[in-house]
Write a protein that binds this ligand. Structure first.
Ligand code: HEM
Length: 500
């Protein structure tokens, strides 16, 4: 046996022994024992289920939801348990739990393996970007939205090259992610950087690189991370990454962080200089995320590296999420052609409303189409992901111990027949046609989060970027409807949906 395989065999045996002892000791008195398990719950076999969860999370959560709807069930993970709840009551209890008990921030850090991939943020009370997004991207987007509209038009005409009367093939996912990267960054960093193809690719690739990094790191128990770290990456927010050869080979995250700093440095330095010279809100200060971040970040932390990293992270949270709502993450193709006519969709439904209500009706139909696509799209098996920091007992007596992940079963809820009749079918106007209790058509806003619609989470941490994301998506869809006719390249007439 070579040295490498002997070392691997020792490592594996030590890990299995460690896992067995830890699980055995931990399980004996754990209140989690009372919660039913999907998959194996015994110390060693549970590892098999933990691996299965990597590839079959939707299926396992659907199984749990079907068996224990309205209650909690648990699924083993490599580093502990993931408890999943459903039903108004338990979801409301997560919603109202204080951050002291259940933390989104720690759950996200843990999921992303942030300490290992991005650096040590444990001492930061909050990401400044969350405040910037909550306060500014939510309220102050109206004046900048004309720019965003302008970018949508420019981005589509750069991406889709219409040739006279010919149908042109378009990869939906690739096109939508590039358009979204450009339009979101028109708000985040402005012109000309938002159009720089190197900057655009960086933001698109960064998400993929983080996901690859976390998939490797999540396979290892935390206690082995110092070793795993030799093979992965660890870099401080100062962007001074450990440059060990193997580190650099496995994870691209540190490299991408340096690339971001390089690209953003001239614009951030210019803003910081102007801020120092003219003070806050200087005349002509651009209304974009850079300005908002500089404003929200304490003076001692206003470095190019820190602000670049925050911009990269917000792109991570904004681009792929928005693009998944507008298209499936596959390589399917549609054919596009310039459309001279106002789409029949608008005419047909416009007639059903008084002229004064037409614009409102058109908007509500667009929201409905998008909301239905996101309901069925199922890219998020769980929502309201939290790490339990102190033992927490739900009103039905279920106790979840500290260190456990807890979430709501989002996708299973979105596909529940008792909530959404014909749940597995795409009905574009489902939400626009929803009736109020007295029978009037009320429609349902995509921005409003409920225990039955959790695309953006729910409660005080519900996505603060959703106002921007939904307006961006609506404007993109309206632009496509007004400017192109399209059909699926493979001649299908129904959208290719992934079953929930
Ligand atoms: C369709 C697109 C998007 C989806 C599906 C989405 C989804 C989510 C979800 C599920 C959460 C966690 C909520 C919870 O656990 O209760 C979240 C949080 C967050 N999102 Fe989004 N998001 C989107 C777009 C954006 C955009 C465009 C931005 C920024 C402009 C953004 C910024 C944030 C931030 C800062 C948080 C953290 C909030 C907190 O910690 O309190 N998101 N998002």
């Amino acid at each position: 046996m070579s040295n490498l395989s002997t070392y691997s065999a020792y490592l594996l045996s030590a890990f299995l022994l460690f896992r067995f002892i830890r699980a055995y000791l931990g399980n004996r008195n754990s209140p989690l024992r009372k919660i039913p398990t999907i998959g194996y719950s015994s110390p060693l076999l549970s590892y098999i289920s933990a691996f299965r969860f990597f590839t079959h999370s939707q299926r396992m959560i659907h199984e749990g939801y079907t068996k224990y709807k309205g209650h909690a069930f648990k699924i083993p993970m490599v580093n502990g348990w993931h408890v999943i709840v459903s039903g108004l009551k338990l979801i409301e209890e997560i919603k109202s739990a204080s951050d002291e008990y259940m933390s989104l921030r720690f759950a996200a850090d843990n999921f992303l393996q942030a300490y290992w991939q991005l650096g040590d943020y444990r001492h930061e009370p909050d990401f400044y970007l969350i405040n910037a997004v909550r306060n500014k991207v939510t309220r102050d987007i109206a004046p900048s939205f004309e720019d965003v509209q302008d970018e949508i038009q420019a981005a589509f005409s750069d991406e889709i090259h219409i040739k006279g009367e010919e149908w042109v093939p378009v990869r939906v996912n690739k096109t939508s992610i590039r358009v979204i990267s450009r339009t979101s960054n028109r708000l985040f960093v402005g012109l000309p950087l938002c159009r720089d193809s190197n900057y655009r690719d960086l933001n698109i690739e960064f998400t993929v690189d983080i996901m690859i990094g976390l998939s490797i790191l999540q396979l290892f128990p935390d206690i082995m991370k110092p070793d795993v770290h030799l093979f992965s990456c660890k870099c401080r927010p100062t962007l001074n990454p450990d440059s060990r050869l193997v580190t650099m080979l496995i994870s691209k995250v540190p490299r991408q962080m340096r690339r971001a700093t390089r690209l953003l440095r001239p614009v951030i330095e210019d803003r910081l200089e102007k801020d120092a010279e003219y003070g806050k809100d200087w005349p002509g200060m651009p209304t974009d995320l850079i300005s908002w971040l500089i404003d929200a970040t304490p003076a001692s932390k206003r470095t190019v590296e820190n602000i670049s990293l925050q911009i990269l992270i917000i792109n991570f949270g904004a681009i792929h999420t928005t693009s998944i709502v507008s298209s499936k993450p596959d390589k399917r193709e549609v054919q596009c052609i310039a459309s001279p006519a106002i789409p029949s969709f608008m005419n047909r439904f416009g007639r059903r409303y008084r002229p004064s209500l037409r614009r409102k009706a058109g908007r509500s139909l667009l929201y409905s189409v998008l909301k239905e696509a996101s309901r069925l799209g199922g890219h998020t098996p769980t929502a309201m992901n939290r790490l339990v920091l102190k033992d927490f007992t739900f009103s039905d007596g279920t106790t979840i111990s500290a260190g456990t992940f807890v979430s709501a079963a989002a996708n299973a809820t979105h596909n529940d027949e008792s909530i959404y009749p014909d749940a597995h079918q795409y009905r574009g106007f489902r939400f626009a046609e929803m009736k109020s209790e007295n029978g009037g058509v009320v429609g349902q806003s995509m921005i409003k989060t409920t225990d039955k619609y959790m695309l953006f989470g729910h409660g005080k941490h519900a996505c603060p970027g959703r106002f921007f994301a939904v307006n961006e998506l609506k404007t993109m869809l309206a632009h496509c409807l007004l400017n192109y006719d399209f059909k699926f390249a493979d001649r299908r007439t129904e959208p290719p949906l992934q079953p929930g």
